[in-house]
Design a protein around this ligand. Structure first.
Ligand SMILES: [Fe+2]
Ligand SMILES: [Fe+2]
Length: 685
């Protein structure tokens, strides 16, 4: 508190001395100095720094020397908050003094009573000056505090609304709370429900002066602990010294932590975090405010004061200022909103992700052979993307953010979603003919076989029936039997050919020629149904399928399967993605594009295919290659799969840099090919 302690009086100039009558008893120290006034700084300094220092000095100066004296006095290094120099000019008018109301134009000598009056008046004015300055200073400090609190609140609001990571958010809340209030230590508790009972989980803690370990634990949410009390009552507790708490206080301090870590908790400010529906979602506990109550430094500066010795704890730790109770309440409610928002966003994200995963699982369970494919592709895409982030070679300039990784993961999970629009039978088609079609042909061949048997039997019967010589009859029968065997053998052979041609395994045979021969062979054999209509073994559809050169799908079926990408795009683009995920439909729709333009559905080339889609193309092909249970292809070894990837890169179909990274960094080794297999019931295991 600055107030007038005592008055110093410096009378300048010996000539003036003679014109001033000094009263015999005066409550002021009198100094005389003379031109060139060299002593003035030293005297002013001594008046200011001695234990019995004055903080107001009256200089009685000749008016012609007034400006010079003021300049010398002004250059003296004294803290102006505590020191005040006033001037009385004797001689002529001096306009620039601060004590004009005590100024008089003394051309004559100052009488003793006048001098006394001047000194007392000067003292009075100095007193008023200090009181004014003090109150003004307090107001200024209050204004500064308010401004600082206001700024802090705005900054906290901004900071909290930006941070989306829950862990970092809690750390940020605690850090900001501590820096605002100048607290040395602090903890955050969050309310949880375990088995129907509410508990407070000790979630995050930090002590500036000491590197103290912390681990999560829970305490019951009841009035038996300080944090619990605040959580239950929703009241702010501002405790000047927790060791001074008595039996009448509503809370008691548990000193075991202090003892265990050689720390001294003293002042404590504990505020509840209350959400928009007035529920406590947590508690912020701040310990040991180090803020100087004389406002020499604010919370932000006080935060960095180190507490080491007992003396530090005794002298530097003060109670939390009253104003921090409401400020921290506001901070805590902002924190509560931020935490709730984060939880809500995460819950929505989690629900959406679970919905996507459940949908993908349901779709993939239609085809046991490819079940889990999308999950494995998503998994592998992320591993490739992380490897790109770590790469210092071809991908040194590329780094996927967390959001971009999530975008890639969603796109990969949904990349084959369009398959839902395609007939499952096509996916399950393991041979060129559907089982029922093959069965139909084989039955017809069986019928043909029996028909021919019967036909030849009738021929033999007719021969037996004829009245012809035995020798001739025998000869005719043998001839018939010979033709019969030949025909039956052809049918048996046709049967074998159908089964062989139905196999999708690549063979070095001219499939078309073989099917034509088979067809021609069967054309030579007549066959009629029970209504005597000619019966055809093969229809156009069967012939077309048996003529498939590679795999089990005909052109129409292949196109239908390829259309899944367009269906994927149409479906995925209907999802109202947030702006940061706006490219998901595009990435998902381009996973079958090839760099040389031979892919589908758009036939894009090179840079028109986003890196994410190239990553997905690589992962997609690799998963298909190493699959052991695809119905239409034999399993191949890992080595063979990698060779195929290299060939595809060589042919400018896959991104060569990506394939090199995939092989050189052995990303394929981190991939669990057995992950996400789906059982018949459709659940992932
Ligand atoms: Fe696909
Ligand atoms: Fe795929």
């Amino acid at each position: 508190m600055n107030s007038l302690r005592s008055m110093g009086c410096i009378i300048i100039d010996n000539a003036l001395k003679e014109r001033v009558s000094i009263p015999g008893k005066l409550d002021a120290d009198i100094y005389y100095i003379y031109p060139p006034y060299d002593e003035l700084p030293a005297i002013l300094h001594s008046l200011n720094v001695t234990p019995k220092s004055c903080n107001a000095v009256l200089c009685i100066v000749p008016s012609e020397a007034c400006e010079e004296i003021k300049s010398i006095a002004g250059s003296v290094d004294t803290p102006d908050n505590h020191f005040y120099v006033g001037y009385v000019c004797v001689g002529t008018t001096c306009h620039s003094t601060m004590m004009q109301d005590v100024l008089a134009l003394y051309n004559d000598g100052i009488k003793a009573n006048e001098f006394e009056f001047i000194v007392h008046k000067a003292g009075f004015i100095a007193q008023q000056y200090f009181e004014f300055k003090n109150s003004n200073k307090q107001h200024i400090h209050q204004l500064e505090d308010t401004q600082r609190d206001f700024d802090a609140l705005i900054n906290i609001g901004k900071a909290l609304s930006i941070e989306k990571n829950s862990d970092r958010l809690l750390k940020l809340i605690l850090h900001l709370s501590k820096t605002i209030t100048g607290a040395d230590a602090g903890s955050i508790y969050l309310v949880e429900e375990i088995n129907g009972s509410k508990v407070l989980r000790f979630k995050h803690s930090h002590t500036f002066s000491k590197n103290l370990p912390y681990e999560e634990f829970t305490i019951p949410m009841d009035k038996n602990s300080i944090a619990g009390y605040v959580a239950v009552t929703q009241q702010v507790l501002n405790i000047p010294d927790v060791y001074e708490l008595g039996p009448d206080d509503p809370v008691a301090f548990n000193s075991s932590f202090d003892k265990a870590h050689d720390y001294r908790s003293k002042s404590m400010l504990v505020v509840p975090m209350i959400n928009h529906i007035n529920k406590t979602i947590g508690v912020i506990q701040l310990i040991n405010s180090k803020e100087d109550l004389n406002n020499n430094y604010n919370g932000n500066e006080a935060y960095s004061i180190q507490l080491v010795t007992d003396e530090d704890f005794n002298k530097k730790v003060v109670p939390f200022q009253k104003r921090y109770e409401s400020l921290m309440e506001a901070v805590a409610s902002q924190a509560a909103i931020a935490i709730e928002n984060n939880r809500m966003i995460q819950q929505i994200q989690k629900q959406f992700e679970e919905f996507v995963r459940a949908s993908v699982t349901a779709i993939e369970s239609r085809d046991v052979a490819t079940s889990g494919h999308s999950f494995r592709v998503a998994d592998m895409c992320l591993k490739i993307a992380h490897a790109i982030n770590d790469d210092t070679g071809s991908f040194a300039d590329i780094s996927f953010t967390e959001t971009e990784l999530k975008e890639l993961e969603y796109a990969a999970l949904l990349h084959d979603f369009g398959k839902v629009y395609i007939d499952t039978a096509i996916f399950l088609k393991s041979h060129k003919l559907y089982p029922k079609d093959l069965e139909n042909i084989l039955l017809k061949l069986e019928y043909l076989y029996r028909y021919q048997q019967l036909k030849f039997a009738m021929e033999i019967y007719n021969v037996i029936k004829d009245d012809i010589a035995f020798g001739i009859r025998l000869e005719q029968i043998q001839s018939i039997e010979c033709r019969r065997d030949e025909v039956l053998q052809k049918i048996a052979q046709a049967r074998e050919m159908v089964v062989a041609l139905n196999n999708p395994m690549v063979k070095e045979i001219d499939v078309e020629k073989e099917v034509d021969e088979l067809y021609a062979l069967l054309q030579t054999l007549d066959c009629y149904d029970s209504e005597n209509n000619p019966m055809r073994i093969f229809d156009g559809y069967s012939i077309k399928n048996l003529k498939i050169r590679r795999g089990s799908l005909n052109d129409d079926e292949r196109k239908a399967i390829e259309s899944h990408v367009v269906h994927t795009y149409n479906f995925v683009s209907k999802i109202p993605w947030p702006p940061e995920f706006a490219r998901i439909p595009e990435i998902a729709a381009k996973h079958h594009e090839k760099l040389d333009g031979s892919g589908y559905p758009y036939g894009l080339k090179g840079d028109d295919i986003p890196l994410q889609a190239r990553i997905m193309a690589l992962a997609d092909i690799f998963d298909a290659l190493i699959a052991t249970d695809r119905p239409y292809k034999p399993p191949i070894t890992l080595k063979q799969a990698l060779e195929i990837l290299k060939e595809e890169a060589q042919k400018n179909k896959l991104d060569k840099d990506l394939v090199d990274l995939f092989i050189n960094k052995k990303i394929y080794e981190r991939f669990d090919r057995n992950a996400y297999r789906v059982n018949v019931a459709g659940s992932v295991y």
